[in-house]
Ligand binder design. Structure first.
Ligand code: UGA
Length: 438
């Protein structure tokens, strides 16, 4: 099939590359000519395992190209995917101007098609937006919605072996085209689900909101555990043994970040307000997430009697989660800013997010080695659970640190081991003991 993808952000680029890899002819359209030039060389603008290799393979096979020319990029397309951003605007509302702008661009060329294309909204949009896109299209087309459920860092696998693919359609033509396109990725255990368009749009928000809810819930229980002498890791294990609860997205920490959960919970709250049906659970989920970051930063401040003047803090993990260089809404940003405001000098290390983080918090000195970050530091703060942090050389770490204090926002270590090494170890939802037994 001939496919046009509009927007080469995370969703657009992964989608376009994976469809091209499956044998389709894909053109990805973006307004930024410099970005287009880089993409045509097979260079991904962000870190995602396996992506550049797959792009290069499809570009060399002539199945994938990138363009900034909207007058030609749509020519002969069977399916057009709208994958542009829906950021939260200054007023806190979901900004749909990019999505609706693309609809206007498509509308201008609709009369050049021999066969009406299927226009698919893939961007995460509030319920009703796909129909707003349709209202702006003048000519012949079939409309559809197809939310994406990719996780950064795992996106290629998620695309190729999806838990499910959800489509909202209102014509047989759109359904047939999407069935054909997704056939290589769906089948046994990977259902392709067709709903009405409003329900499809809602599945996306409801899924992210549910996952965010699980995280805030476990963080709230972690806080209770700590205050009552229980250990959240044991409590979680006990809870997750109940198959009705399950064990995913239930790790306590310093809250969720990234470009999706924070934005999508706010969008759900906005939908509730607009419908005069306030979303109380989602409001609490959002507030708990903000509280979790503040609580962790305050714990560090309290350890230093609220004055970090002249103190040096090492920060391991800057990305909002492992296996990405994305720092959007990363807890490490709020935490570093709080420490800097309290007078600390912060040195950061991240395996991938060294470039992206610099513009967010320029005061943080970024170094290229985790032990170098710890050199002479009065404390080590861990914000992201990268693999390389899980079994560090504790003797070396101890020798590097000036004061052997660790604030672990991801519960990476066994407390008894930390006590054995002589660290003063703080974690999340586990009693803080300088000498502990588990
Ligand atoms: C999320 C969803 O998982 C995807 O299904 C969805 O497609 C995507 O949003 C989107 O809407 O585009 P993503 O933001 O890439 O994906 O990252 P996640 O792996 O979901 O992690 C989100 C945040 O939750 C991270 O900050 C992570 O550290 C945190 N988290 C996750 C926890 O604190 N605890 C957990 O148990 C799991």
């Amino acid at each position: 099939m001939k496919i046009t993808i509009v927007g080469t952000g995370y969703v657009g680029l992964i989608t376009g590359t994976c469809f091209a890899n499956a044998g389709n002819n894909v053109t990805c359209l973006d307004i930024d000519p410099k970005k287009v030039e880089t993409l045509n060389k097979g260079e991904a603008p962000f870190f995602e395992p396996g992506l550049s290799e797959m792009m290069t393979k499809s570009i060399n096979a002539g199945r994938l190209d990138f363009s900034d020319d909207s007058s030609t990029a749509f020519t002969g397309s069977d399916i057009i995917f709208i994958c542009v951003g829906t950021p939260t605007g200054n007023d806190g509302k979901c900004d749909l101007s990019y999505v609706l702008g693309v609809a206007d661009d498509i509308s201008k060329v609709l009369d050049t098609f021999d066969t009406p294309p299927v226009v698919v909204v893939k961007s995460t949009v509030p319920v009703g937006t796909t129909h707003r896109v349709a209202e702006r299209l003048h000519g012949e087309y079939f409309i559809a919605n197809n939310p994406e459920f990719l996780r950064e860092g795992n996106a290629i696998d998620d695309f190729r072996t999806p838990d499910r693919v959800v489509c909202g359609v209102e014509s047989e033509e759109a359904q047939a085209a999407l069935e054909q396109l997704y056939a290589p990725f769906t089948g046994d255990g990977h259902p392709l689900l067709f709903f009405d368009i409003h329900s499809s749009e809602m599945v996306k928000y409801a899924s992210n909101a549910m996952l965010a809810c699980k995280i805030s819930f476990i963080n709230e229980i972690a806080s209770l555990c700590e205050r009552n002498g229980a250990n959240i890791e044991r409590v979680r294990t006990g809870m997750c043994a109940d198959s009705r609860i399950g064990n995913q997205f239930f790790k306590p920490g310093i809250g969720y970040g990234g470009s999706c959960f924070p934005k999508d919970t706010l969008a759900v709250m906005e939908m509730g307000d607009n419908a005069n049906a306030p979303c109380l659970v989602n409001t609490a989920v959002h507030e708990l997430n903000q509280r979790q970051r503040r609580w962790f930063a305050n714990r560090i401040l309290e350890h230093f009697d609220n004055d970090l003047t002249g103190k040096k803090v090492a920060l391991w993990g800057l990305a909002f989660k492992p296996n990405t260089d994305d720092v959007r809404d990363a807890p490490s940003i709020d935490i570093a800013k709080t420490l800097i405001d309290a007078g600390a000098e912060v040195t950061g290390f991240d395996p991938e997010a060294w470039e992206t983080y610099g513009s967010e918090v320029p005061e943080v000195t970024i170094v290229s080695n985790m032990y170098e970050a710890a050199a002479d530091a009065d404390a080590l703060v861990i914000c992201t659970e990268w693999d390389e942090f899980s079994s560090p050389d504790f003797d070396l770490l101890k020798a590097k640190l000036k004061d052997q204090v660790i604030f672990d926002g991801r519960n990476l270590y066994i407390r008894a081991e930390m006590a054995r090494h002589g660290f003063h170890y703080y974690s999340v939802g586990r009693p803080t003991l300088e000498i502990c037994t588990a």
